[in-house]
Design a protein around this ligand. Structure first.
Ligand SMILES: [Zn+2]
Length: 288
């Protein structure tokens, strides 16, 4: 790779080539071809997001939003709504919520005292190509299913690629149960004693170890309440991922429109200083 990094933008309308730096056309060509020669590498091609098919992968935060049984739910406290004495309409509310609930990000500090908090995660780590691992069938049969190394390897075999420089999304199919707590969590009871009754799929600890020791992913997410399955008591997948500074997205919304590879995702949480997690808006767009 040349040491001169050029950001090259193509405008769709005119087909004009604009270069942010004054590089020679020859060096632009060599830069572009070397990028294209590396499969899986982010292209410096223009991103025309507006005209893409966008998929919203966040659930709405409201009174139905599912939180852990030991947490209070999301509260929107109305403050103002109406015509002011100056004649314009004005509304504002206040919200209260735990960091971990609804579609949210777990920052590495959530289970690792040396892990990064939310505000120290770079946007680059939270944007990238989606590798979709679909385990819907297995999870419909077994609510305690743990996604294993074999499931991850199956993606690699089908695509001929490795899980490197991608954001892994695991589709268990549980998003279809949202916001039914009984179906989604396995229990609709609240309080500490309800935790033992949680049943939903998650990532097997050995799969977390394999991903961190043998692969290089940017982040991982799934459509259940926790990256560890409901019956976990030691949260080993959390511990392993966060030791390696890999954040997790939980309660991701319906992924049924995502292809196995090629979709691009942006998952940006509220930038809470020192936060162990936070509400997350995830948007993906499909490959051309
Ligand atoms: Zn969490």
């Amino acid at each position: 790779m040349s040491k001169h990094i050029c950001y090259v933008f193509f405008t769709v309308a005119s087909g004009m080539l604009l270069s942010a730096c004054a590089a020679q056309e020859r060096s632009i060509r060599s830069e572009k071809s070397s990028v294209e020669a590396e499969p899986g590498r982010a292209k410096s091609q223009p991103i025309d997001i507006i005209n893409q098919t966008l998929i919203d992968l966040s659930h709405t935060f409201n009174q139905q939003t599912i939180y852990w049984p030991t947490e209070n739910g999301f509260r929107l406290i109305p403050e103002k709504a109406g015509i002011t004495d100056k004649g314009y309409y004005y509304s504002s509310n206040r919200f209260m919520a735990a960091e971990h609930g609804g579609t949210h990000l777990d920052a590495p500090v959530h289970f690792n005292e040396n892990g990064k908090p939310v505000d120290q995660l770079s946007p680059q780590q939270l944007m990238g190509e989606v590798a979709l691992i679909d385990v819907t069938n297995a999870c419909m049969e077994n609510p305690d299913y743990q996604i294993g190394v074999a499931d991850l390897r199956a993606w690699e075999q089908k695509t001929g690629r490795q899980l490197v420089d991608v954001i892994v999304l695991i589709r268990t199919g549980y998003a279809q149960h949202w916001p039914n707590r009984k179906k989604y969590l396995g229990t609709d009871r609240l309080g500490p004693e309800a935790v033992a009754n949680l049943h939903f799929p998650g990532l097997a600890p050995e799969a977390a170890r394999w991903l961190t020791e043998h692969r290089a992913i940017k982040a991982i997410g799934l459509d259940t309440a926790s990256i560890d399955y409901g019956q976990s008591t030691r949260f080993e997948s959390h511990v392993t991922l966060f030791k390696h500074q890999i954040p997790a997205f939980e309660n991701v919304a319906d992924m049924s429109r995502l292809p196995m590879q090629g979709a691009t995702l942006v998952a940006l949480p509220m930038k809470i200083g020192g936060g162990s997690g936070g509400p997350l808006r995830i948007v993906a767009w499909l490959p051309d």
